[in-house]
Design a protein around this ligand. Sequence first.
Ligand code: AMP
Ligand code: GLY
Length: 426
Amino acid sequence: MKVLVVGSGGREHALAWKLLQSPHIDRVFCIPGNGGTATMPNCQNVSLSIDDFEGMLRFAQVQGVGFTIVGPELPLALGIVDYFKAAEALIFGPTREGAQIEASKSWAKDLMQEANIPTAASATFQDIASAQAYVQAQGAPIVIKADGLASGKGVTVAMTLEEAMESLERILTGQFGSAGETVVIEEFMAGQEVSVLAVTDGKTIRPLSPAQDHKRLGDGDTGPNTGGMGAYAPAPIATPELMAKVQTQVLEPAIAALRARGIDYRGCLYAGLMITPEGEPKVVEFNCRFGDPETQAVLPLLDTNLDELLMACVQGKLAEFPEIKWKDQASVCVVLAAGGYPDKVETGHFVTGIGKAEDLGAYVFQSGTKLKNNALVTNGGRVLGVTALGDDISHAIANVYNAIEFIAYDNMYYRKDIASKAVQGN
Ligand code: AMP
Ligand code: GLY
């Protein structure tokens, strides 16, 4: 079977790589893909835009693609799944309505309230005066969020009232365009974060191995927020007891509430959770897709054929699907970023040493790369995600940092403390 993967990040490289491990998949197309998917055997990039639904559907039909999987949120929020479904083309991902769970934070909050899903108390505003009055009354710390999609940049965790007011001003005066017409103001939650990526056929929902992302740029969780600087799985904080609560208090009620709204959600539902100091899961956000870089940490642990699992979701047969199998190992993914990230990034630097890192057993998932005259050059903020497995998290950490030693490009930057929280056990 041939499969089409939509997107260009490390997540999509990891999805394409994992799909090609399956005996059923002989070819993967990536739209538009990156330097990694361009050079992976049996994988081919296709130069189409991810909002060109007509072009992508035509390509899938002409090539006889068995099914399509969508990486990023934008095409989902724009209705790619509705478009493919109307032509009876199989596709993994929620419809435009279902994607609202990520595309509108106030919509997601309403759904959580309806389903009694534990989350931060919140209020929604459109005019700045009432928003300011609310923030003044609540005090800091407090969390301010643009309602719509803002590429991970629409959230301010304000430790002072001044910061909160500044953020309100930025959002409601148009810095985020229509994504900031509405603002969601939330209670600050303390604790550790866990990402549970779960797959669902709209009736049954099953979690993948729980992961922890590292959103801040600097070691010790300092500096600005980023798309994610590294991840590891399984996250020891997500004990079996905690995962049982996540299943019954978060995942199942979410799917039931979506169904109650007439939404047949088939795809990945990503629950971003805060684990409170009391050990209770509270939802920070839902995403309508796989996480990046969580996917690059989780998929190398998966011992089930990914295509079979995704197809079971697309076809509404997840309840009958056998238990998902995992390697009894730990996985750590470290993101190698470009100089200047997350602001203005440098591009066009030659990347070397990937083969040597792979010889050591690491998986190198590419994101901000491209081929230029057959040479690999940097082409974005997050350049590579290097993943290594180990018998426990300490060994996985040692293996991944060992492999990274061999990789080089000008002004390469990465965090040195990915997964160290899991070792300290806090
Ligand atoms: P979001 O885009 O909603 O995931 O928010 C981005 C990041 O902001 C999260 O991963 C958290 O680290 C932080 N955050 C969001 N909401 C809250 C909250 N209510 N309390 C504490 N931190 C939060
Ligand atoms: N790793 C965070 C995200 O995918 O949204």
